[in-house]
Design a protein around this ligand. Structure first.
Ligand SMILES: *Cc1c(COP(=O)(O)O)cnc(C)c1O
Length: 717
């Protein structure tokens, strides 16, 4: 065994590194490297084989690497040059006073139940988490004063395993706390900082971890500790547990426990941003601290919380929000409402849904009522949201409902392919990241030769196909999977064939199997001899979503059917890493939800910025993104599987296939490449996380800051 030291500054077992490269540990413990191509390369060149073996986790790699090899690196001048360069980049990044405008907001506390940051920290389930992760990363890039709060799910990750019958089986995987890029937060005495969640009886304790996301700190609560009894230990074990009682406890820990962690750590902030209803109890705790610590009257405390809190809703379905029975609520909160100076009725009224008053305490209604700043996540979703919740505001006229929107965006440095990123550095100038939301900047794309765009894309496509084949090869060799499963999972994919990708949660409203609607027509499209098409699927069904699993099974069976010659593939275990290969490497990104149930959708943006063309019904962000030249729109305003599927086949047959296969002498599709540039130039600035965060700033963070200052002065007087 090698000497492992408990580095007190890092609080994590990183091996002792030779002095000359000791900075590697610091870089490894900040996720900044995950969105910097040079940072990624630095770890890769430490030992390319181990890098792959450790699934791009630098901490795991540094722990495995033999000591002589580390000393060897110090003698390798090429490596040392790269090390010094990346170290300087990192230092510069951490110290940069990025300017994002004239007005600076007050510090923001951002709460979310999940974060998608990197596959070495599996504390996410899907789109909501990746949005939250991108928000932290972008806030770091912009130098916004923000702190994140979430859950460390020790068994958060459900690895998808599909049997030869096509049925999804889940396998829980535990986070390896010793190699994940997380650090313990320590208390004064050097012990693991632990809080008692206020007001839960019997008491529940949570320890606190942190992740460095560039310049932002994300705190994570963990109830899997000895002080707790077994049921309590499991509060944070899985995302969105289906047991409603446990789920309520989860949300009490996240909202109230999370809030008190910030208090106890003495972290100053004035604005609270709640991403979805899960952490909304933080609002009550905020009211309580204003009443008890600042001796405010209940009414004033509520007013101050409202004026400085932001609630973002992501669900276009009333049925998808969390609702807790009044009895269950009373069980936990019967002492608590007294502390807020409320009686039961007053307390419950904050979560009372006028459309279903008997149903219980509704977390979305609560967020809408207790936050003066409310937003949906696309223009279209905003219209739908106003209609759904208008009764909460006792309004008949939908247009008057006080809900705004901030259309989601994606963190460009995270989701752009490395080669494209480096090319953009050359064409757009070194400082382009700071101007990324300016559409004029992207006019310079015309200076990249079409052939270069295509060659970069083709290289991504090849590495995607190789990656998928390699996954299957390993399973075939190590796990002895059924040959039919290997077939279905993509061994016969061909980088020269027009490739359509569909990767997202396998659930009814997203209609993953719409393209299978007419198998004969699909057969003709896929097996066109001169101009073949292949389709790659990926995505998990929620463990308790049986209809979703049936859809998945149907797709898996089609992938096994020799009639499609291995040109339909279902790739297991969709996550951050596979998502990157797919959005970089597919030619077309398909999206066909039941309108208007896709609130926004972000994978199509990730595809578009890479020149992977979006083919989508006009739902979510696409009505804002589509300009007639940067992808395709199909289907009607009201979902109908027959006509939508027919429209999809028409679009593929008459528009997509002919454009893709119209190649010049060098074999490159000239018009297609033009469209790729149009997509990149249009989608990158408008759907960047930079544009999104500027919207949050201008619409909410700055006005909230002004309110906060006014309020403090108001109470002081
Ligand atoms: C972006 C992303 C999502 C969200 O995709 P949608 O298009 O919003 O469904 C889900 N999972 C992963 C791994 C992602 O990267």
């Amino acid at each position: 065994m090698k000497n492992i030291r408990n580095n007190t500054s890092a609080n994590i077992a990183i091996p002792e590194l030779p002095e000359r490269i000791s900075g590697l540990g610091e870089i490894a413990l900040n996720l900044w490297w995950t969105w910097n191509p040079r940072g990624k390369r630095l770890f890769e060149i430490v030992n390319p084989y181990l890098w792959k073996e450790c699934k791009q986790n630098p901490i795991a790699m540094l722990k495995k690497i033999p000591e002589e090899e580390l000393h060897g690196l110090c003698e390798n001048e090429n490596f040392m040059d790269e090390y010094r360069y990346v170290r300087a980049l990192f230092k510069q990044y951490m110290n940069d006073n990025a300017a994002y405008g004239d007005e600076e907001p007050l510090p923001i506390a951002y709460f979310c139940a999940e974060y998608g940051l990197h596959h070495s920290v599996p504390i996410y389930s899907g789109g909501l988490g990746f949005l939250a992760g991108d928000i932290l990363k972008e806030s770091s890039d912009m130098g916004l004063p923000m702190v994140g709060m979430g859950f460390m799910y020790p068994q958060g990750y459900v690895r998808q395993v599909i049997g030869s019958d096509g049925w999804q089986r889940g396998a829980n995987e535990s986070i390896d706390k010793d190699t994940a890029p997380i650090e313990r937060v320590l208390d004064k005495d050097g012990g693991h900082f632990t809080v008692k969640v206020p007001f839960i009886d019997p008491p529940v304790y949570a320890t606190v971890w942190k992740i460095n996301v560039g310049r932002i700190t994300l705190y994570l609560l963990d109830t899997d500790i000895e002080q707790n009894d077994p049921w309590d230990r499991q509060i944070s074990s899985h995302l969105y547990t289906p047991d409603m009682h446990q789920r309520l406890r989860q949300q009490i820990v996240l909202g109230i426990g999370g809030y008190s962690v910030l208090e106890r750590l003495g972290i100053e902030y004035s604005i609270l941003h709640l991403n979805e209803g899960h952490p909304a109890f933080a609002l009550f705790e905020r009211v309580r601290t204003f009443i008890e610590n600042e001796k405010m009257a209940m009414k004033d405390a509520i007013e101050r919380v409202r004026a400085t809190s932001i609630f973002t809703t992501h669900t276009p379905l009333q049925a998808a929000t969390d609702v807790y029975g009044f009895d269950m609520m009373g069980h936990y909160f019967s002492d608590y409402w007294n502390r807020l100076g409320m009686n039961k009725e007053q307390f419950m009224s904050f979560g009372l849904n006028p459309d279903a008053p008997e149903s219980g305490f509704n977390m979305t209604v609560f967020g809408l009522k207790m936050c003066a700043h409310r937003n949906a996540v696309s223009k279209k979703h905003c219209e739908v949201t106003k209609g759904i919740w208008k009764n909460v505001f006792s309004l008949i006229n939908t247009s008057e409902v006080p809900i705004d929107y901030v259309t989601n965006g994606v963190h460009l440095p995270t989701w752009l392919g490395d080669e494209l990123f480096v090319e953009l550095d050359k064409i757009l100038g070194e400082n382009w990241i700071k101007m990324q939301d300016n559409p004029d900047l992207w006019l310079r794309l015309k200076d990249i030769p079409g052939s270069r765009i295509w060659d970069i894309h083709y290289a991504c496509k090849e590495s995607m196909v190789n990656f998928i084949r390699e996954l299957v090869r390993r399973k075939w060799a190590d796990e002895g999977i059924d040959p039919l499963v290997a077939m279905a999972e993509g061994v016969m994919l061909d980088p020269d064939v027009l490739t359509i990708g569909f990767a997202r949660r396998m659930t009814g409203y997203k209609r993953p199997d719409l393209i299978l609607h007419d198998m004969d027509r699909l057969d003709r499209i896929i097996n066109n001899f001169e101009r073949p098409v292949q389709v790659i699927f990926a995505g998990k069904a929620h463990p308790s979503d049986n209809p979703g699993k049936q859809i998945l099974q149907r797709i898996f069976k089609a992938a096994q059917d020799p009639r499609f010659r291995g040109r339909i593939a279902f790739v297991e275990d969709y996550g951050e890493s596979l998502a990157k290969y797919l959005v970089h490497g597919c030619d077309v990104w398909l999206n066909n939800p039941v309108i208007p149930l896709e609130a926004c959708g972000t994978s199509g943006m990730k595809a578009g910025i890479n020149g992977t063309l979006h083919c989508s019904s006009l739902d979510g962000w696409w009505p804002e993104g589509y300009n007639g030249k940067n992808g395709w729109a199909f289907g009607g305003d009201v979902a109908n599987d027959d006509t939508d599927a027919a429209a999809l086949y028409d679009t593929i047959e008459h528009k997509i296939v002919p454009l893709y296969y119209a190649v010049d002498e060098q074999g490159r599709p000239v018009e297609w490449i033009r469209m790729m540039k149009e997509a990149m130039g249009r989608i990158s600035p408008a759907f960047s996380a930079r544009r999104m965060m500027k919207d949050y700033l201008n619409k909410f963070y700055i006005p909230s800051s002004i309110n906060a200052v006014k309020n403090v002065q108001g109470t002081g007087a």
